[in-house]
Write a protein that binds this ligand. Structure first.
Ligand code: SAM
Length: 273
């Protein structure tokens, strides 16, 4: 009950409208308590004592708004999250691209990890691609997020011992150095990834991508925001390219041109034309 008083209905409506307009992240009565606890934490950090005063601040101060949006994101991630996707990448997507689709011209496969959080997803992709691509092929990864805090961790490439769970031993030995309290990703793997601030509400300017990973991100958006983001991915992708979304996310019923692909390992989407 105390939480409901902290953020009254009219204030909740103002906050949720602003957050939605600025990021696509959708708060409803069901997840209102998450917004309330994150907002409470933010106000404590900033030593602001009223939700109204803070709303006035984020309405006029773009930097503070960015920090606030960062503070309400959910950043849960891990290395090799949903192994089935990486099996499908190795056994279906990459062979399709190099043997059937781009076969005439070995070159660089362009990959986007959209909503990369603290970097575990793009580093997983980078390690796997390093293992499986034939020598004539190269790859580059853009990894983006709306959370500057997460991007700083991602760029640093240091992971505490508790966070390296899921990395196979041979990858850990080959791609990380053991350092005090954890592991540091090798510089050559880091050099394959460009970490960038990007809000999926906007066009990224990326084009001709071969593979997009946007997993466990659109789950926080409503259907209109999901459709807009997915259609922007379409524009960013090359003809005959592939997209992974989270295993609990779906484009079912959505107005998009993506085709559903069911492989032996996982389901994914394809831009055919
Ligand atoms: C739960 S994490 C998923 C991380 C990773 N893709 C995975 O599946 O493990 C969701 C990430 O999406 C980011 N995100 C949420 N809304 C966003 C937006 N509008 N633009 C860019 N990133 C956003 C969050 O900051 C968060 O780091």
């Amino acid at each position: 009950m105390a939480d409901v008083q902290f953020l009254g209905d009219a204030d909740f409506e103002q906050y949720r409208s602003l957050i939605y307009a600025e990021s696509g992240i959708t708060f409803t009565e069901t997840n209102r308590s998450i917004l309330e606890s994150r907002l409470k934490e933010r106000l404590r950090e900033k030593a602001v004592d009223s939700v109204k005063a803070y709303f006035a601040e984020i309405s006029k101060n773009k930097e503070e708004l960015k920090g606030f949006l960062d503070s309400i994101t959910t950043n849960l991630t891990r290395f090799f999250r949903n192994q089935a996707h990486f099996d499908a990448l190795e056994k279906y997507v990459v062979p399709e691209l190099i043997h059937n689709i781009r076969k005439s011209s070995p070159g660089t496969l362009k990959i986007w990890s959209a909503g990369c959080s603290t970097g575990e997803e793009p580093y997983t992709i980078a390690m796997l691609m390093s293992e499986i691509l034939p020598p004539a092929w190269k790859f580059e990864i853009v990894a983006s997020d709306i959370s500057l805090k997460c991007l700083m961790t991602a760029k640093e490439g240091f992971y505490a011992d508790s966070r390296i769970v899921g990395i196979p031993d041979n990858y850990l030995t080959k791609y990380f150095d053991k350092v005090d309290g954890g592991y540091k990703v090798h510089a050559d793997i880091q050099s394959k990834i460009r970490f960038d601030y990007h809000n999926l509400k906007n066009d990224s300017g990326l084009r001709n991508l071969d593979i997009v990973f946007c997993r466990n991100v659109i789950i926080y958006f409503d259907e209109a925001a999901q459709t807009a983001v997915i259609n922007r991915f379409w524009d960013a992708m090359a003809a005959k390219s592939f997209m992974f979304i989270g295993h609990s996310e779906s484009l079912f019923g959505m107005d998009t041109k993506f085709e559903f692909v069911k492989t032996e390992w996982a389901t994914l989407y394809r831009k055919f034309t």
